[in-house]
Design a binder for this molecule. Sequence first.
Ligand code: HEM
Length: 531
Amino acid sequence: MFNLNMSVNPYLLSIAIAVLLYCIMLRFRRDSPKQSKALPCEKGLPLLGVVLKVSTFPERAMEKWGKKHGPLFAIRVGWMNVVVIGSQEVAYEAFAKNDCFNDRPQSIPLISDGNGIVLINSTDFHREQRRFGLFTLREFGMGRKSLEPQLIDTSYDLCDTIASMCTSKTGSSDPFPLHTYISTTVSSVISRMVFGHVIGTENKQLQEFFARLQNPEIRKASSFLRGATMFAPFLRHLPYFKGQWEKGIQFQHLCHDGIKAEILDHQRSRDPHNPRDFIDCFLNEMEKSDSAANPDSASTWKHSVMSSDEVQECSSDWKAFSSFHINQLVAIVRDLFLAGSETTATSLSWIVLYLCKYQGVQKKMQDKIDDVIGQSGIPKMGLMDKMPYVRSVIQEITRLRPIAPLNVPHKASRDATLMGYHIPKDSIILTNIWAIHHDESKWPKPDEFLPERHLDKNGKFIKSPDWILFGVGHRSCLGQQLAKMELFIMTVALFQRFNFTLAPGENPDMKGRSIITLHTHYYDVVATKRY
Ligand code: HEM
């Protein structure tokens, strides 16, 4: 029947074997899309997806969908599937145990021009910069006792300013926006670490940049632009977005020019043997990488401060041989400053707001502070263990109102599998910190303000793995030790000295305002001296 002597074309035979082997390999490959399941998906409307449902409080909408689909699902945004993680366990699996979910999606150039730290991909460049950033901030006191005196002084300065607003007759102030003062105080801490001093009127560009950052309308527009262009980059070519995009770029130039002026001052006055701040340390590192990697280029031209346009032209050449170059210095300083100021200031604003609303908790916390340090003691980090109630109040308020309710977005760097589900390369991944902080199985009565839930039966503070204010894994917050110090010392200092109440007639909606970050509504307080 068969002609066994039929001649076989060896070329075709080898192709057939290769195809067969490839099919077998695909079948058994661990991350094969065919092997892993497709994520459950909240599809929403045709073309739009869920866009209309996530324009305000997206974290709450995603929390609801999470109850339907489980702790890992997708939402359709336009034509794109965005992955949403809704449990601490899945977040650890994705970001701490894996290395393929730690890239960042790209959006407006202000925050993602390929340099910096917060929005760059998870490459060796990022790892080197993160290691250097952590090391250097620690050298300047992050998480260490050496920073304590400065933080205490700064907090006391804030208290003195508030005290000067209180009349001697009643001991109370007129209503005032405490958030503005907190913002200035917090910015001054990161300013000193990065610039070596507090930015004053001598740096007009940075002053203007900070003033605009405080403007709620600008913040809202920028958050909206950032969110929209992250999911649909083409939007920036459409009329409204184009205008906003260009404003974003001008805003970036303002910030970068201000930072460059600071760098120029540092270049003129620095002593390489006595680095004063982050900028000096980075300039030292630039010098080292110059002489090690490129001895011929140790000249000053590369490190002189350039205009924004020149910087764009030159950046790719510089990146070729070192992660320490002037563009990166400008960008990492910008990122540290942006990441390190409003986050902590807004968390403190939530703390003050909740304690104004819940006067009983404020009083109890003050009693506990009095028990440990009285009226004249100093709020040191070493006293944290003696003030578990203060810590539990801070943890409870930041659980209820995390500043980044959907975390900073991550991106999959390749096709991969997570909890048995296929995650395609380039998927945007959101972590619903809000939902994790409101998970009923971990936090009974999750919407209620119950600081005691963070204390064990002996009154000791409980660190919970389900409190993930700073994210988890390889991209978690680089400044968390600093933020924790600031939150503790400033909370104790403020409530040791004052009672705070909401100004008469104030009743801010406790849901706050959420686009990408979760802010309080604007509110005024009245401060009353306690002694
Ligand atoms: C209460 C205050 C703060 C909160 C709630 C907060 C929260 C966060 C979160 C949620 C992330 C993203 C984590 C992730 O992608 O998985 C992050 C990243 C980051 N934070 Fe913070 N942060 C705070 C304060 C600070 C401070 C004071 C600094 C600066 C010294 C800082 C610097 C950074 C940086 C550089 C990153 C990016 C890390 C990376 O991508 O490798 N943050 N933060």
